[in-house]
Every structure is written in structure tokens, then in C-alpha cells.
Design a protein around this ligand. Structure first.
Ligand code: IPM
Ligand code: MG
Length: 369
């Protein structure tokens, strides 16, 4: 057997980032080592931790470490300590946006998964989600109003102030994110893509909808539908499982993915992948993998954080950047069995029942691998 070496950058960041990252690394070691797969992870500072240590949320050496890797495993960034910095220097924006830009991470994949056993964690009524939730948000991540130029604030001659953002999309940008959505739908049972836009108002959305309609002809096996974003926001809380895969532009995806996260119960369970345009040395997508939950500074260092989202993000890394689908599934099964069959849960998903520490959760997941 040839020895495989998985080279990835580890950016734990702030708050609970470092403690849940430790769990993910232990899990990776447990599944990879017996298969003769070597892990070569390189630590780098990011976010508030990088501001403190290096004076910048995304130091050049962190970018260099990422560039020398096949994937990035990311923790979370931000916290009260850095909240009073100017917005552009705050850890979230100053670390994440340039990372996305630098590595052309255009495809953000956010699975919205709620196990049936955890439906009580969702704010939705039980009868709407009896069998859990299983949908996927595909968000365009490097275009649209986030990055469009010009962007400016101008003091006008009449004494007023004007701020400007530009929303811009190329057809080719829309096509490449549609491809991710349709390919994702192909791997799923329902085989449906819902394209979300605001084509009744925005020019970029008119192009988006037209492009989606044309593009769908390449995928006769997938059913395409369209929704305006306001309606999509409503449908998502009304009946989330009417969706299978939905695909949308950057800012709509930002908003809808948070909505999806909350209806899926605990943020501690949700993973994400942001895939780049190029291929890594495995011939797969270079990607950044991060939990949805954020740095949760209020519970950091207390050994109570839910490590599942970070562990599931590591599983996504194995799948998308290293092509190790079977190992990814093994991890996903172990996490699922731990919280469902094992009933081993951190406080965020215990519903007042017995809750365990991060360490115990780690031991229980490892035990099932
Ligand atoms: C996200 C976050 C980021 C975004 C922020 C922190 C810049 O909300 O990943 O969804 O808006 O994309
Ligand atoms: Mg967001």
C-alpha cells in the first residue's frame, strides 16, 4: 500500500476553537493512522489569536502555511476582546474574507442536518420536522455584493454622506456554483435543486435565474425549481424538508444559512466546507473546513463545548479535499451514534438531560471508531 500523507493547515483561532480542534485532530488520527495514512498538520495563527500574537488577523505566514497545504481545517474566530476594533480589522471579517479571496473559495457547502432524535433542539414545531432535517445550502462565496467594486463612502457636497456597495456577477461565476449544486444533488436521494434569487428586482438575479434554467439542461436527472429569496426564507421555516439542495448568491446565502442553522437546532452540530477553484495535490478541491457555530467565548475553556461540528468539518475535509469518502462516512456515523444511540450529549443538545464534557464526548466518539 502506498503511504498517503494528508497535508493540512490547522487554524484553531479563538474561543472554543482550540479545544474542539483538539477533538477533531484526535478523531482524524484515530481513523487515518490504522489505514497507513499519515497526517501532516501545521498550526497557524488566525483571528484574535493572530492579532494578539502577530498584530494581524491573517498574518502572511498563515497564508503561506495554507498555500503549502492541501486543505485548511479552521476553528472559529472572534470574541469580546476584539469587538472594539474598526470593523475591517475585526477577526471575523479580517480573517475570513481575505482567506476566501486568496484561495478563491467560491463554493460554500453547508449541510443542514438534524437527526430525528434531536428534533427537540429545533425551535420549529415537532410535527413539521418529525423525521429530522436533511438539506444542503450551497452559497456562492467570493462574488456578489461582498466583493463587488466599487465600494466607497463619500462625503457629498450637500453635506450628506453616501455609501456604496456593488453587486456584480458573471455568468461563469454563476455556472460554476450551479455545477457544485447539481453535482451535490446527484449524490442525494431527492435529486432536487432550488435556485434562490431576487429576479423580480435585481439584474444580477435575472442573469442568475436565466443561467440556472439553461444550466439545468445538462442535468436531466435533477429537478430544478426557483424561489425568490423572501419566499425561500419563509418556506424554510414553514417546511424545511421541501428543500433538498438550494443554491444562492453570496449575501442571500449568508442570511439563509443562518436561518437554516437555527432551525437545525444546535450550532454545535453543523459543519461546512468552502471549496476553491483549483485542484490540490490529491487532484481534489482545495478547501477550508469550519464549524458553523462560531467561537462561543462565553463557554470557552470550560470543557463543555460541543466538538461535533468541528469533527464533522474534518470529515468533510477527508471527503472533498482528500477523496476519502469511506473514512468521512465512518466519522459521520460515529458522531451520529454517539449522540443518538449512545445518548452522549453536551449541554447544547441535552435538553435538560444529563450532559457530558467535551473530553467525554471525544472519548465516546473515539470509542465508536
Ligand atoms: C459567515 C459569516 C461571515 C460572512 C462573516 C463573519 C464575514 O457570517 O461565514 O456566514 O458574512 O460570510
Ligand atoms: Mg453568516
Amino acid at each position: 500500500m502506498t503511504q498517503k500523507t494528508l497535508k493540512f493547515a490547522v487554524l484553531p483561532g479563538d474561543g472554543i476553537g482550540p479545544e474542539v480542534m483538539d477533538v477533531a485532530l484526535a478523531v482524524l488520527d484515530k481513523v487515518c493512522t490504522p489505514e497507513g495514512i499519515k497526517l501532516e498538520s501545521t498550526f497557524a495563527y488566525v483571528g484574535g489569536a493572530a492579532i494578539d500574537a502577530k498584530g494581524q488577523a491573517l498574518p502572511q505566514e498563515t497564508l503561506d502555511t495554507c498555500a503549502a497545504s492541501d486543505a485548511i481545517l479552521f476553528g472559529s474566530v472572534g470574541g469580546p476582546k476584539w469587538e472594539n476594533l474598526p470593523p475591517n480589522e475585526q477577526p471575523e471579517r479580517a480573517a475570513l474574507l481575505p482567506l476566501r479571496k486568496a484561495f478563491k473559495l467560491f463554493a460554500n457547502i453547508r449541510p443542514g442536518l438534524l437527526y430525528p432524535e434531536l428534533v427537540d433542539a429545533s425551535p420549529l414545531r415537532r410535527d413539521r420536522i418529525e423525521n429530522g432535517i436533511d438539506i444542503v445550502c450551497i452559497r456562492e462565496l467570493t462574488g456578489g455584493i461582498y466583493f463587488g467594486q466599487p465600494k466607497s463612502t463619500t462625503e457629498l457636497p450637500d453635506g450628506d454622506t453616501e455609501a456604496l456597495d456593488t453587486m456584480v456577477y458573471r455568468k461563469s461565476e454563476i455556472e460554476r456554483i450551479l455545477k457544485v449544486a447539481f453535482e451535490t444533488a446527484r449524490t442525494r436521494k431527492a435529486k432536487k435543486v432550488c435556485s434562490v434569487d431576487k429576479a423580480n428586482v435585481l439584474t444580477t438575479s435575472v442573469l442568475w435565474r436565466k443561467t440556472a434554467t439553461e444550466f439545468a439542461k445538462n442535468y436531466p436527472d435533477i429537478e430544478l425549481s426557483h424561489l425568490y429569496v423572501d419566499n425561500a426564507a419563509m418556506q424554510l421555516v414553514r417546511d424545511p424538508n421541501q428543500f433538498d439542495v438550494f443554491v444562492t448568491e453570496n449575501m442571500f446565502g449568508d442570511i439563509l444559512s443562518d436561518e437554516m442553522a437555527v432551525i437545525c437546532g444546535s450550532l454545535g452540530m453543523l459543519a461546512s466546507a468552502s471549496l476553491g477553484v483549483g485542484k490540490n495535490s490529491f487532484g481534489n478541491a482545495f478547501g477550508l473546513y469550519e464549524p458553523a457555530g462560531g467561537s462561543a467565548p462565553d463557554i470557552a475553556g470550560k470543557n463543555i463545548a460541543n466538538p461535533c461540528a468541528q469533527v464533522l468539518s474534518a470529515a468533510m475535509m477527508l471527503r472533498y479535499s482528500f477523496g476519502l469518502n469511506a473514512l468521512a462516512e465512518k466519522i459521520e456515523r460515529a458522531v451520529r451514534d454517539t449522540v443518538t444511540k449512545g445518548n452522549i450529549r453536551t449541554g447544547d443538545i441535552a435538553f435538560g438531560g444529563q450532559s457530558v464534557s467535551t473530553d467525554v464526548m471525544q472519548a465516546e466518539i473515539l470509542k465508536r471508531l
